[in-house]
Design a protein around this ligand. Structure first.
Ligand code: UD1
Length: 443
């Protein structure tokens, strides 16, 4: 059975656990990156497209994967784990309803819309609620599915989608949305005729999904470019697939090496997936050596600030925007960071400033004043990547930092504290003490 960070929902965990970090230790050694969260979740959803068993390897043991397993079980599939191997058996009778409780827990649950529509001809999926990194609409998903012939209605907080038989068409996305590209791909694989997705997202996770669907018998070309062509087939079969490495987890450990002035080898990755990120690290002054499946990252000398703008792949990843701000805070001069992908993705800045950062925001720009000296304090993780960034700041800080609400971090980082401890970090998961003392400073 899969080991989980904790079996409670993230909202319960948030109130229970914190990380206590004694900073200032240079991280050293090697860390193995897990399979990509943002691919595994979609591959799990794609397994609903067949009634055969599917086997996934290199599945990360994280809370979001557990939530997606609950979604699949709720829909009628059997899901079992053994280490990083997951087996999904959707041969029983499937339900077409993804309930609010699960979609609320994890917005990515809406990715089952496309597969359910393709397999059952209908899907009823709770509308995702607000999200603390912006409104995150799903209009591109729905417009794409509608173009394939689906009828869409909204009632009592649910989206009802139905189609007698989906028919391929040209779908030109107004923005290369990752989720919309994936939902449309999964709906189109069994549609009648050819679907062309223009302005498609180009992320490595899209290529991974296309590879998996192809091994199930789908006919897809162009994944990784901005035009994906799908020729519908009558049915798909089970397949075995290994999840692509998590480039965001890899980037997080690279920043951890840099901010602690350490020397870390990040293994089991494809450095080509991080080209722009690595070039920015080098511009800042971090020593990065690339190999086929690993990078060595060494932090020494003085760092210099640089400007960064997040963009869809192959641009600088929005999910590494918060972590890189920690590094920029330690660099000479000031840096301007522009967030182009999500609204409200600077919500962690106040917490960073409580640790001693000097960051000012204006709309989707942030000015990071460098040469900050982080000092341990109590902070709260507002979301997954910002939570990881606060841990990175804690690793670089003098004294003790307490990062609260780490249920957010459990959503996406497998064995986070164990992997950091193996690199020499002093980080412990502890029960959160009385929240009334939140304003105090530890040391
Ligand atoms: C995925 C990733 C997330 C990553 C993001 C961008 C998963 C589970 N999550 O999220 O970690 O940060 O890609 O790389 O894979 N938008 C609309 N309408 C839509 C769809 C999107 O307006 O129908 C907007 C969103 O609000 C956002 C932007 O487009 O501002 C990008 O969203 P999208 O690429 O769809 O990201 P996700 O798939 O949600």
């Amino acid at each position: 059975m899969m080991r989980s960070p904790a079996s409670e929902s993230p909202s319960v965990q948030n109130h229970m656990f914190s990380y206590l970090i004694s900073g200032g230790i240079p991280l050293e050694g090697a860390v193995k990156v897990s399979g990509a969260k943002n691919s595994a979740l979609k591959l799990m959803a794609a397994s609903l497209l067949t009634s055969d068993k599917t086997v996934l390897h290199n599945v990360p043991m994280i809370q979001d994967v557990l939530t997606m397993a609950d979604v699949l079980r709720e829909l009628g599939a059997e899901v079992s784990f053994s280490g990083d191997r997951m087996e999904i058996d959707p041969s029983g009778e499937l339900s077409h309803t993804a309930p609010y409780e699960l979609v609320r827990r994890m917005r990515a649950s809406i990715i089952v819309m496309g597969p359910l529509l393709a397999r059952l001809g209908e899907a009823r999926v709770a509308m995702p609620g607000g999200c603390n990194i912006g409104p995150r609409k799903i209009d591109f998903h729905l417009a794409g599915l509608e173009k394939l012939g689906a009828r869409i209605e909204v009632d009592h907080g649910f989206i009802n989608i139905a189609a007698d038989r989906l028919t391929g068409d040209v779908i030109s996305l107004s923005y290369p949305s990752v989720g919309a590209t994936e939902n449309v791909m999964m709906a189109a694989v069994m549609a009648r005729g050819r679907t062309v997705i223009e302005s498609a997202a180009r992320e490595p996770e899209i290529i991974d999904l296309a590879k998996f669907l192809t091994s199930m018998g789908a006919c897809i070309s162009g994944a990784g470019s901005d035009t994906i062509v799908i020729d519908g087939v009558d049915e798909l079969a089970g397949a075995t697939h290994t999840v692509v490495p998590d480039r965001i987890e890899a980037g997080t450990y690279m920043v951890a090496a840099a901010v602690t002035r350490g020397d870390v080898t990040v293994q089991n990755i494809n450095p080509l997936h991080l080209e722009i990120f690595i070039s920015k690290l080098r511009a800042i002054g971090v020593h990065v050596k690339e190999f086929d499946h690993k990078v060595c990252c060494r932090g020494e000398g003085r760092y210099s600030g640089t400007d960064i703008a997040t963009l869809p792949y192959p641009g600088f990843p929005t999910d590494l925007q918060a972590p890189i701000m920690v590094l920029l805070s330690l660099a000479r001069g000031h840096s301007i960071v522009t967030e182009n992908v999500f609204e409200n993705r600077f919500v962690f800045v106040d917490e960073m400033n409580r640790l001693g950062g000097h960051i000012r925001t204006s709309g989707h720009h942030a000015v990071v004043h460098g040469e900050s000296r982080f000092d341990g304090a109590i902070v709260e993780a507002p979301d997954l990547r910002a939570g990881a960034a606060l841990v990175l700041a804690g690793l670089a800080a003098a004294g003790t930092t307490e990062v609260r609400r780490i249920g957010h971090i459990d959503r996406g980082y497998e064995n986070f504290e164990q992997k950091l401890q193996a690199l020499g970090a002093d980080i412990q998961r502890v029960e959160t003490r009385d929240r009334k003392h939140r304003a105090g400073t530890l040391s």
